[in-house]
Design a protein around this ligand. Structure first.
Ligand SMILES: Cc1cc2nc3c(=O)[nH]c(=O)nc-3n(C[C@H](O)[C@H](O)[C@H](O)COP(=O)(O)OP(=O)(O)OC[C@H]3O[C@@H](n4cnc5c(N)ncnc54)[C@H](O)[C@@H]3O)c2cc1C
Length: 459
């Protein structure tokens, strides 16, 4: 056992430290499953004060630390690297307070997202962040990755939902910034240092979150369109027609839609014909009758002007589930696409169409056979692509090609999932040398010894 592990056991007690065979496989890798590596030890603090002591000791002893939340991350950030200690927030779980009057909730960083959603619902309120990993991801991880998910078009990303937080710096300094107010311009807004910085500047230990009134009505439709410009027009019309109740605008290109329907037997298309593009539109509100009328009127107007070629409005939970299952079918079909390169990128709206044309041309010119599925939360500028040639050696070449084009079209190589370790080589396509230099200066200032999540986000 190394000196640092013995010191940590001595300081925190045996129950807080896992070593050797006690360390389960789950601590060795995030959801990507890429390059698993057993950490030197897993330290599981039970309080902010313990996190502070751990980091202070690690800093003194130059021990590198990887921070772990629910390990549902998709960028390799929480996966240990050689000789790192894993600091897991799993024992720091629980809702501390809910204030229905000011509509805020305070939770420890290791609390699963679903527990937060349920606690808000229990008092008739809504915590609107939602994503497929809700049962396993933690609020600390959601903040560290500035998670997006299904309702960004309406409520924004995690950044918009955090009012205050507490974080521990690499040297053990506790920075308590538990603001509960919407307005607070007293100096720098220090919480922003920890939102979306993937654990490289501090360990988040608790947070104050913003809640919203619960939504009680939901209208859903699947629309068939002829082309991408029609999707942009539909987005504009639904934003104007439905206002802030527009909660989902998910595009699925035919490449995606047809592949999912051809590979998942339980699904069927509600349309008689196949179209080049489909959009899943949803609005949510608090008056079922009025909301449904407005929803249908908005879509009818788009049908009348030819923006939509055909549309099916869900008449039941079963219809709604079918539409969402088509959208979520990606989780089931990726097994047929291995080995593949998957992308979570964002692009200015005006660039998306040309970007996709250039991706298509470049892939066709370079590879004999490619399968490319395209879908995304286009209302948030977010495109997902899954591309395969069926050959493992091509995966890196596909990443290189598509990230280069993303940069050329002024896009971001990470819309939601972060840079982690997997996109280090591509950060420069989306951030200037000056931006990266300032990031590095911040990192050097807050973590001069480079012990916290080293090699994530920045080389
Ligand atoms: C099925 C599925 C669907 C998903 N859908 C979405 C989606 O729609 N939108 C989206 O944005 N993401 C999505 N993700 C990715 C993932 O769920 C999110 O990135 C999530 O926010 C990660 O939280 P986590 O607790 O699992 O973090 P982890 O995976 O444990 O860690 C992620 C990063 O945050 C750091 N970190 C974790 N906790 C802390 C902390 N307390 N303090 C400081 N740093 C910390 C880690 O070091 C690492 O760099 C999905 C993942 C899966 C598996």
């Amino acid at each position: 056992m190394t000196d640092i592990v013995e010191t940590l056991i001595h300081e925190l007690g045996r129950q807080a430290v896992l070593t050797g065979l006690e360390i389960g496989e789950k601590y060795s890798v995030d959801y990507t499953g890429d390059k698993p590596c057993m950490p030197l030890a897993v330290i599981r603090p039970a309080s902010t004060e313990e996190v502070s002591r751990i980091l202070n000791l690690c800093s003194q002893m130059d021990q590198k630390v990887v921070v772990q939340g629910g390990l549902s991350g998709l960028a390799g950030g929480a996966t240990p690297q050689h000789n790192e200690i894993a600091l897991s927030l799993e024992r720091m779980s629980g809702i501390e307070t809910i204030d229905p009057t000011s509509m805020t909730l305070t939770a420890l960083a290791g609390t699963p997202l679903q527990a937060i959603q349920e606690a808000a619902e229990d008092v008739g309120l809504l915590f609107p962040l939602d994503l497929g990993a809700r049962g396993s991801c933690n609020v600390g991880g959601n903040i560290a990755t500035n998670a997006g998910g299904n309702q960004v078009i309406r409520f924004g990303m995690m950044r918009n939902l955090v009012l205050g937080l507490e974080a521990v710096l690499a040297d053990g300094t506790v920075l308590t910034s538990m603001n509960t107010m919407l307005k607070n311009n007293a100096g720098y807004d220090l919480k922003q240092l920890f939102i979306g910085t993937e654990g490289t500047l501090g360990v988040i230990t608790q947070a104050v979150l913003r809640l919203y009134p619960k939504l009680t009505s939901r209208s859903t439709a699947l629309c068939a369109l002829n082309d991408f410009p029609s999707a942009i027009k539909l987005l504009n019309q639904t934003q104007i027609g439905l206002g802030s109740s527009l909660s989902t605008f998910e595009a699925m290109w035919a490449s995606y839609y047809d592949y999912v329907l051809d590979h998942i037997e339980a699904l069927h298309s509600p349309f008689d014909e196949r179209y080049p593009l489909y959009v899943l539109v949803e609005s949510e509100g608090t008056d079922a009758e009025r909301d449904q009328q407005l929803f249908e009127a908005t879509l009818n107007a788009a049908l009348d002007t030819g923006i939509i070629k055909d549309a099916v409005v869900a008449q039941s939970q079963k219809d709604m589930r079918l539409f969402w299952n088509i959208r979520d079918g990606i989780g089931e079909v990726t097994q047929y696409l291995i080995p593949y390169a998957t992308f979570d990128i964002s692009l200015p709206m005006g660039e998306m169409s040309e970007f996709l044309d250039r991706v298509h041309e470049s892939l066709t010119a370079k590879f004999a056979n490619t399968t490319k599925l395209v879908f995304g939360h286009i209302g948030d500028n977010n495109l997902h692509l899954v591309v395969t040639t069926g050959t493992s050696e091509d995966v890196k070449k596909i990443f290189d090609l598509i990230y280069r084009l993303t940069g050329a079209h002024k896009g971001s190589v990470s819309a939601e999932h972060g840079i982690g370790t997997q996109k280090l080589d591509y950060l420069h396509y989306s951030r200037s040398a000056e931006e990266i230099e300032v990031m590095q200066k911040l990192k050097n200032t807050l973590d001069p010894k480079g012990i916290l999540n080293p090699g994530r986000v920045l080389p």
